[in-house]
Design a protein around this ligand. Structure first.
Ligand code: SF4
Ligand code: SF4
Length: 379
């Protein structure tokens, strides 16, 4: 049985958080089992872009503060690292993300070091079970003695859900991300790349900030939902399986996890997961809004194909909301967005939804291509 710990926690206040983090870790053998004095510990946060912690688009800075304080108290050197999505004039907005999210302030106040993955160099790694595929990943991930993944509980317009497993895509520095999106144009294929990265990095521990989750048009344009939970596990798939169940979604139905399931990279079957802490079964989140439709990568017969086309959605730029920042243009892996007009060339578009994900001004909606579907969903 794989252990996942689920603790109730309604507040980002440091004392309450530290108490819950200590109590949750006790179910996994305590911090002693993971962090020893003198160790360099890298906290891989979710810093998708320059978004404030209150938006629920990023791992909340106060959540990170509590983990830093615990680890510093145990004599560890603590690093906070990520590479934000997107690119503006060739520079991924990670540095601004550290400022806007509050992580830079937290790091200064708590004595942690920021590791901007764009500037720390990268190393080539190959997943153990597929030696022909190589990935360039941020060097601090391999300089640290322990990597702790601190994902955010969020929806995702393309993948339905994003949590512990997918958070490791941020281990890829800057514009390389767009290249990996280009070679893996659907969620099923993209899941293989995420599985490969998980195999290369192998964090020792995953602790999810599910205190305030993002619902709806995640991972950046959704709305906060007070879910009041912290999840802990050494197995990212098991943690995600529990989180998905909380949202009323089955992990096995999400193509982003296909490769991980097929390669047996963790436990995703709920009956084989031992849920401990404040809940013995995944606590439901009433009224939580999951994305309207997920993108389907596989095909399954003519009827299924017709249904997929009927439900198909694509990005549409709202020029009235657009701030002309250029992030979508420069982040599009196939250069399908015209810079002056923001018109999208749908014959080139691979529907990766990076533009929607990385527009920090909520100016790119996902709309049905079918008029009847648009009418029915009032999109
Ligand atoms: S649509 Fe969004 S990302 Fe693209 S230029 Fe406008 S504001 Fe920037
Ligand atoms: S236009 Fe948007 S969805 Fe289409 S390929 Fe470019 S980034 Fe991806």
């Amino acid at each position: 049985m794989t252990d996942v710990v689920c603790m109730d926690c309604a507040s980002y206040e440091t004392p309450a958080l530290i108490e819950k983090l200590e109590a949750g870790m006790a179910f996994l053998g305590g911090w002693d089992s993971f962090a020893k004095p003198g160790m360099k510990v890298l906290l891989k946060v979710n810093l998708i872009g320059p978004k404030a912690s209150q938006t629920a688009a990023v791992t909340h800075c106060e959540f990170v503060r509590a983990v830093v304080r615990i680890l510093k108290g145990r004599g560890c050197e603590v690093w906070i690292g990520d590479s934000a999505g997107g690119a503006i004039a060739g520079i991924a907005p990670t540095e601004r993300g550290f400022e806007v999210s509050g992580l830079a302030r937290i790091a200064a106040e708590e004595g942690a070091l920021l590791k901007n993955f764009e500037r720390e160099g990268s190393v080539e790694r190959r997943p153990a079970d597929s030696g022909d595929r190589a990935y360039f990943l941020a060097k601090p991930l391999f300089d640290a003695d322990l990597v702790i993944n601190l994902p955010k509980l969020k929806t995702h317009s393309a993948a339905t859900y994003t949590g512990a497993f997918k958070n490791l895509f941020g281990c890829v520095p800057g514009l390389k991300k767009a290249e990996y999106h280009r070679i893996a144009p659907n969620t099923h294929e993209f899941g293989r790349i995420i599985a490969d990265i998980n195999l290369c990095v192998r964090p020792g521990l995953h602790i999810m900030d599910g205190i305030v989750a993002m619902q709806g048009r995640g991972p950046t344009a959704g709305t906060p939902y007070p879910s009041g939970k912290i999840l802990f596990s050494t197995d990212p798939l098991a943690l995600d399986a529990v989180a998905c169940a909380m949202l009323g979604v089955e992990l096995a139905g999400l193509p982003i996890f296909d490769s991980a399931r097929e390669r047996d990279l963790g436990q995703w079957r709920l009956p084989a997961i031992h849920l401990v802490g404040d809940h013995a079964t995944p606590p439901p989140l009433p009224g939580f809004e999951v994305p309207k439709a997920m993108k389907v990568g596989a095909t399954g017969g003519r009827f299924f194909g017709v249904m997929i086309n009927f439900m198909k959605r694509r990005p549409v730029v709202d020029l009235a909301a657009c701030k002309d920042c250029g992030a979508c243009v420069e982040s599009c892996p196939v250069k399908a967005i015209d810079r002056p007009t923001k018109r999208i060339d749908y014959t080139a578009c691979i529907e990766c939804l990076c533009c929607h994900e990385l527009c920090m001004h909520e100016a790119i909606a996902i709309k049905p291509t079918n008029r009847l579907m648009a009418l029915l969903s009032r999109s």
